[in-house]
Design a protein around this ligand. Structure first.
Ligand code: CP
Ligand code: NVA
Length: 326
């Protein structure tokens, strides 16, 4: 379902990229996520999706995305079905339009992790139910939702804060640019030459940053990017699907490893973030990943809470949250 309604209510909308959200919608989702997180922590039921179902399609491996969507649906009183790809064989056993037109008859939303972002767009175009991006070669918006909630929990208000991303300008970086821009942050990216974020993504992130009062800087010097940063973020050098480039990438990205020396250049209270899975000794050292500044498992936990807020928002809309009371 490709439906872009000019309202703050996300009911019925796809979630393919954070660039479709307004700063207010992002803030609202984060507030809802915090509310659901508190209810879960206090053992208070919040079964806002009773009787509703989510299908999950994975072309690639996953620990966090699979588990958090499944558990999230269960905590909300709904049901998630994992369409294991060996059975679905998207585009091989059955075409994308046919898969979409079957699923829309049975479930209320679809979450898909795919290689080509185009696959998500086709699913969304053919399915008359909301489609959620669970990671593509272009973006990872569910991850960025959890990331900004985690930053907000650890650093308070985000507007004006300095976020440094060091490493591959790929899917996680792209969504972080959108999220940071929407939150009015100053985002600095340092990637090796030729591995900077996509031009179209940068253009859109810059527009969002201009509107929200933030900033975007792209360069190739990791030390310059992390200097005084309040958040330091990195991701794998060899993303899923790029394994054939592993040897070359390990050499090119070596100066971008986040270690104690790099963290020493950041703000004295800087936090370290990573979407996980981490490749210890490659993009980050054990000392940083397991050190006192690392908030990576808080990020992983927040995948659950932010996605629950997203699922309620797109499957039922704002009105559903009224059932929770004040
Ligand atoms: N960060 C993330 O998306 O993790 P998974 O690949 O395990 O889902
Ligand atoms: N950039 C990584 C993120 C994994 C969550 C990948 O695409 O493999």
């Amino acid at each position: 379902m490709t439906l872009h309604v000019n309202t703050t209510d996300l009911r019925g909308q796809d979630f393919l990229t954070l660039a479709d959200l307004s700063p207010g919608q992002l803030r609202c989702l984060l507030d809802r996520a915090s509310q659901l997180k508190a209810l879960q922590a206090n053992g208070q039921p919040h079964q806002l999706l009773a009787g509703l179902s989510l299908a999950m399609l994975f072309e690639k491996a996953s620990l966090r995305t699979r588990t958090t969507f499944m558990v999230g649906m269960s905590q909300l009183g709904g049901f998630a079905v994992d369409l294991m790809n060996e059975h679905t064989q998207i585009g091989v056993r059955e075409s994308i339009p046919d898969i979409a037109r079957n699923l829309e008859r049975w479930v209320d939303a679809l979450m898909a992790r795919v290689y080509a972002h185009r696959t998500l767009e086709e699913l969304a175009a053919w399915a008359d139910i909301p489609v959620i991006n669970g990671l593509s070669d272009l973006t990872h918006p569910c991850q960025a939702l959890a990331d900004v909630l985690t930053m907000r929990e650890h650093r308070g208000g985000l507007a004006g804060r300095k976020l440094a991303y060091v490493g591959d300008g790929f899917n996680v970086c792209n969504s972080l640019l959108f999220a940071g821009a929407l939150a009015g942050m100053h985002v600095r990216v340092a990637a090796p030459e030729g591995y900077e974020p996509d031009e179209d993504i940068l253009e859109r992130a810059q527009e969002i940053a201009d509107d929200a009062g933030g900033g975007i800087e792209i360069g190739n010097d990791p030390q310059a990017a992390v200097r005084d940063a309040e958040v330091v973020y990195t991701d794998a050098w060899v993303s899923m699907g790029l394994e054939h480039e592993a040897a070359e990438r390990r050499e090119i990205f070596a100066p971008f490893r986040v270690d104690d020396c790099m963290m020493a250049l950041a703000d004295s209270d800087a936090i370290f973030m990573h979407c996980l899975p981490a490749h210890r000794g490659e993009e980050v050292t054990d000392a940083v990943l397991d050190g006192p500044r690392s908030v990576v498992f808080d990020q992983a936990e927040n995948r659950l809470h932010t996605q629950k807020a997203l699922l309620v928002a797109i499957m039922r809309g704002d009105a559903a949250f009224d059932e929770l009371g004040a």
